[in-house]
Design a protein. Structure first.
Length: 238
């Protein structure tokens, strides 16, 4: 009877990825929250007119989505070869990676919404108006969750293009914006590359925006799977 231990990589991708990226996200959130709250409190105490009603935290939303883009790229470029080269099938990893993407997008959205809630609390204590307010936080959480998911899938798709086609894949990467920016337009969010986008969310029911974002994420996930399902795996450099 064989006493060899089971491969440690089987069935653990979801748990290990969540453990690592949740810790990194929490540290990044703490740093961002400290900086934003310091800016908010200083503005509330040192200026006669008080802080701007739109707050500081929402202006960092585009950078949080870029952070999710990096997570998605890392998922395809580094994690996929690592787990597949250690006895996990592409299909098994992809299933766990999809659950991870939904979960970590929710984590980043929850942390960012919590930071916005802290800022709103500072505004309330300082008796200053805030554009969002506590009542808007649930919808902001939902919108952020979906937007972060779309950006994460966009990063995975872009990295899959480069991984499969090498330098030629760089020609395909700009098409990843066709996955990312429509979601931002649906929600009327700002963009790192394009600046302020038209606020279609003011005229589009949230349910339709949610459906559109889910469709974009699904299309991006299918395109990524199409690229990675049979590509030769190159073990990551350690």
């Amino acid at each position: 009877m064989s006493t060899a231990p089971a491969p440690p990589w089987r069935g653990t991708a979801l748990r290990l990825l969540l453990r690592y990226w949740t810790r990194v996200s929490c540290v990044a959130w703490c740093v961002l929250s400290v900086v934003v709250l310091a800016m908010t409190i200083s503005s509330a105490l040192l200026t006669e007119q008080g802080p701007d009603a739109d707050g500081v935290m929402p202006s960092y939303d585009a950078w949080v989505r870029t952070y999710c883009l990096v997570i998605g790229a890392h998922l395809t470029w580094h994690s996929l070869p690592l787990y597949v080269s250690n006895s996990m099938t592409r299909r098994a990893f992809s299933r766990q990676a999809l659950v991870f993407a939904v979960a970590i997008a929710g984590v980043t959205a929850a942390l960012f919404t919590a930071g916005l809630g802290l800022e709103v609390m500072v505004y309330t204590v300082a008796d200053q108006p805030h554009d969002w307010g506590f009542g808007s936080l649930p919808s902001y959480l939902l919108e952020s969750w979906l937007a972060h998911l779309v950006w994460l899938v966009g990063g995975a798709f872009a990295a899959a293009c480069v991984y499969r086609f090498s330098a030629r894949g760089l020609l395909v990467v700009p098409f990843a914006t066709l996955l990312i920016f429509p979601g931002d337009v649906l929600l009327g969010r700002g963009s790192v590359a394009l600046g302020a986008l038209p606020a279609f969310a003011d005229r589009l029911p949230l349910a339709w925006a949610v459906l559109g974002l889910l469709c974009i994420a699904a299309v991006g996930a299918l395109l990524t799977w199409y690229l990675v399902r049979d590509v030769p795996i190159r073990p990551p450099i350690r």
